[in-house]
Write a protein that binds this ligand. Structure first.
Ligand code: GAR
Length: 189
């Protein structure tokens, strides 16, 4: 049987990308990394796993539509059917959403709808809430909106620093994302 082909979109460090790649039993193959930041660490990580990277810088395109159309062409060339956002710090527009309806998911380090956007861990910490967590959700045109697929809570302890909290949240992200991916792609088999 032919394998399910997926792409990861990322902008930064790539710890979630790495965790996905290390999962031996994902049920799909990561055939492409799409990255909007030419200096991002995740690009080296992809090379280490022999995953090709398509670097597309939005400022080099005339419009968001042109930017996403170039990504879309590459996804189609690679016959990608699933897209996993892993620290991709950009909104997905109509061009990609229309072509990958229900096939783009995102991981976010808070219990959405609380603390969307950037620095969700810092936002929760500063707000003084007692718990935060991790959410995996389908992507729509909003920022960290879209139907929730899975959530896991993390307690914020009295002696937590942002760094200690981030370590616990990321450990959960690295487990949860692969687990969700596995379940979703299984339905395509
Ligand atoms: C992760 O914590 C991810 O949940 C978050 O960016 C980080 C990327 O880390 N995503 C968002 O905040 C999306 N709004 P990584 O590059 O080490 O995987």
């Amino acid at each position: 049987m032919r394998s399910i082909r997926a792409a990861v979109f990322a902008s930064g460090t790539g710890s979630n990308f790495e965790a996905i790649m290390r999962e031996g039993n994902l049920g799909c193959d990561i055939k492409l990394l799409v990255c909007d930041q030419p200096e991002a660490q995740v690009i080296e990580k992809a090379a280490a796993f022999s995953v090709p990277t398509y670097v597309a810088e939005p400022k080099k395109f005339a419009s968001k539509e042109a930017y996403e159309s170039s990504i879309l062409r590459r996804l189609q060339e690679e016959e990608i059917t699933w897209v996993f956002l892993a620290g991709y710090m950009r909104m997905i527009g109509k061009t990609l959403l229309d072509s990958y309806e229900g096939k783009i998911i995102n991981i976010h380090p808070s219990l959405l709808p609380a603390f969307p956007g950037i620095d969700a861990i810092g936002q929760a910490y500063q707000a003084g809430v007692k718990k935060t967590g991790v959410t995996v959700h389908y992507v729509d045109e909003g920022m960290d909106t879209g139907p929730i697929i899975a959530q896991e809570e993390v307690e914020i302890l009295p002696n937590d620093t942002i760094d200690s909290l981030k370590t616990r949240i990321q450990a959960i992200e690295h487990r949860l994302y692969s687990r969700v991916i596995k379940k979703l792609v299984k339905r395509d088999e």
